[in-house]
Design a protein around this ligand. Sequence first.
Ligand SMILES: Nc1ncnc2c1ncn2[C@@H]1O[C@H](COP(=O)(O)OP(=O)(O)OP(=O)(O)O)[C@@H](O)[C@H]1O
Ligand SMILES: [Mg+2]
Length: 318
Amino acid sequence: MSPILSTHGLGRTFRTKGGPLHALTDVTLDCDPGRSLGVVGESGCGKTTLNRLILMLDTPTAGEVRFKDKPLAQLTTNERKAYRRAVQPVFQNPYSSLNPRLRVRKIIREPLAANTTMSRAQIDARVDEVLEAVGLSSRDADRLPAEFSGGQRQRIAIARALASKPELMLLDEPVSSQDISIRAQILNVLKDLRDEYGLATLFVSHDLATVRFMCDEVVVIYLGRIVERGPANVICSAPRHPYTQALLAATLSADPDAPEMATRPQGEIPSPLAPPSGCPYHTRCPHAHDLCKAQRPQAQPAEGGGTVACHLVEQGGW
Ligand SMILES: Nc1ncnc2c1ncn2[C@@H]1O[C@H](COP(=O)(O)OP(=O)(O)OP(=O)(O)O)[C@@H](O)[C@H]1O
Ligand SMILES: [Mg+2]
């Protein structure tokens, strides 16, 4: 089965006053039908840049994004419309992503506007259907965003994304702006929808615990590069890359019952304007040695599945 969406050697370098900023480098990944892929990494690692490239809000400076094996740049006008329906985003903050002047019905109708094959009645029925799918009711269609709580607003954003019957949902930190008590509810809504509609999801987050709950497979990004990938249960419980181990330790240290593990990431993330030589993580890695400073490790197949780019793992541990 071919992926709905794939990226191939995707890169984005921004020209800045301080010189070229490599926000994303050589990112290759697949979003397969019905599967949920997680993308994790600390702030500034390039997650939103990846999302914007996929949504055609920005253009790559290297590589490409493909929709069903066809590069986005080569899509015909009709294929481009199909792509915009098939791939729907849900953003981090529903306060800024929902137009406060529009009633919910209009907000949800928006992605359907280009669809001329649906009658007005069919569109209204679809609005009611997606509101119910996210745990709201058709009565909510005539209200304004301001009348809802943050969690309810995120449900409206998810309903809007669902309206055009997408094949892939792009979720950029969809719960990080919510209270802890609301997060689990929203994640459960997303999970149920995914199972019910067979939706694929690309789930961007800095939180391994959330990704473990939501995803089948995970890609870990550090300074714009993929450093590890594999099954979610491996990445989120027995990661192989020292960076992922540190991320996991940071997640676990929030839990007082968790066993003592590797330490959370030490020190500051280096500036992407002056990325370290060799392995991008060597300046923070407790196990780094000379080779790590000199040579960038290539992705190698790893025990447990997926790949890891680390000289130490390659040499059998430390
Ligand atoms: N338009 C731009 N011009 C210059 N630099 C940019 C631009 N957009 C992003 N960057 C830089 O690219 C890098 C990646 O940013 P990005 O927003 O993709 O990170 P992120 O992983 O989404 O972070 P967060 O977790 O904080 O949302 C950062 O160093 C950022 O400062
Ligand atoms: Mg971001």
